[in-house]
Design a protein around this ligand. Sequence first.
Ligand code: HSE
Length: 304
Amino acid sequence: MRKRQTVTVSVPATTANLGPGFDCLGMALELYNTFRFTVPISDKELLSISVQGVDAHKVATDGRNLVYQSAAAIFEKAGKRPFPLQINQTNRIPVGSGLGSSSTAVLAGMLGANVLLGNPFTDAEILQFAVGEEGHPDNVAPALYGNLVLGVIDDGELYIEQIALPSLTAVVILPAFHLLTTEARAAMPSSVLLADAIFNASRTPLLIRALQTADYDKLAIAMQDKVHHQYRMPLIPGMKAAFAAARSAGARGVAISGAGPSLIAFAPDKHEEIAAAVTAVFATENLTSRSWILPVNSVGTHIE
Ligand code: HSE
């Protein structure tokens, strides 16, 4: 018989790429998924997973559940036999939206299991495992640390730079359109033109500076991208017109959030107007939209 133990892990939404920072730059946003793990006192109790909240019906509640699989990976890495778990997940982040919902599941599963095992791994090790699972650091790193995070992978080693941000507000508009990250990645070529590489390489540091100083004039230039937008935009009905509508309504920096299909826009004001303008464009494609006005999150993941 074990002592009944409970741990709650809350992980924020993230927006990856922010235009030119493809696969290396991401920002945490003030919208949390919460995961409660309970270790039953006896091995006779079985795995039990319950999910409530936004898009709950899209989340597996059996052994295919990503939170459970990520927890099981940590048990295995620690050389421990997995014990039955009760997982209770409260979703606020839409699933398959470009807001890092799968990263919240991976991080929560790994961090929850690590705590239940008495913390055999450091946060940095857990992050490295999570990046291995996701393939790129631009969602999991800001989800863990909050704020803006630059993640560099060199020869398999992960280097993280956390960048504190002033108060900024993002508008996220999500059309009801199904787009898998794998599809959005498959649409990209395997190499890019030198001119496009220079376009992005020059804008990425400008983007960091523009966000640090909340300089919206710089942001309008710095969030432009030539590495992934041109290939992904045609996959999402109305996205090109949605960019134009967001800018006309007052947005200064506009990007596809992560691999899409949501659009993220930054502006000093007129957030409601931007959401309405983009929603109207997607409606012309017969797509309904959900939208959020979200401050930057500076705290990252917290564990109780
Ligand atoms: N950087 C990744 C991509 C994020 O754009 O494919 C996916 O969540």
